[in-house]
Design a protein around this ligand. Sequence first.
Ligand SMILES: [Fe+2]
Ligand SMILES: [Fe+2]
Length: 262
Amino acid sequence: MLSAKSLFQEILDNDESFALFCSIAASGESQGGWENARIAALVPEAQRELAPKITRHGADEDKHGRIFNALMRKRGLKPVPVPPETDYTMLLENKGIGLAHGRLKRDEPLTVPDIVTYLAHSRVTEQRASEQMDLLRKHFADHPDLGRAVRMISNDEDNHLAYCHEELLRLAYAGHGRAIQRTLRACALAEIRVYRDVSLAVMAHMGRILGWPGPKAAVLAAGIHAVYAYERLGGWRRMVSLRTPDRRNALGGPATPEPEFA
Ligand SMILES: [Fe+2]
Ligand SMILES: [Fe+2]
């Protein structure tokens, strides 16, 4: 039977597919870490109380990158090159979503609208990260090699999502509501397409590595298209809503270290 759990189990059981999975994940996490560190360094004076939270956000993502690399190392595997068509972060940037790397490399303070762009991009992508890690946590929380990593990253992604809700609501009350809604909508509609394309690309690579027969690959591709259809028809709205999170000030302290993975 094809299920999320059996698929992931297959990817996990093969060294080559596991290295590709971890390499893609590690690369996305460390790009996120770099972006957040730059944004923290360029926060405008008017939003300076955000800076430590953005730094913490970046430190968490860097930590996730190190964890995925450590999972490979533990199995004696080396990171493999990330195929460009599976590079979610880069593809989103190419669609003009979030703050461009070129902009972040310049030593020029960001503006409050830039902060809205950053938080809206994070609101949408952290929703995805949080849902994906939740799925992994559901099936692999007790896995002997992966369990701790999955539980830790999943908890962090839930914190990131809570933080985005809280800070966007604060900015909405401060009068940026329309800009926030407009940016969130554009981010979500672009993200669901990029997510579909990346999912198809990742599955194609995994299928080649694991020797999936044509019908199995076809069923998986149909599933990915069905998810996109659902998201395009209205599922995307879950990525743009804002509500006060149960976890308040989720990024208010320093990052929790990952001694067991280092
Ligand atoms: Fe992360
Ligand atoms: Fe995150």
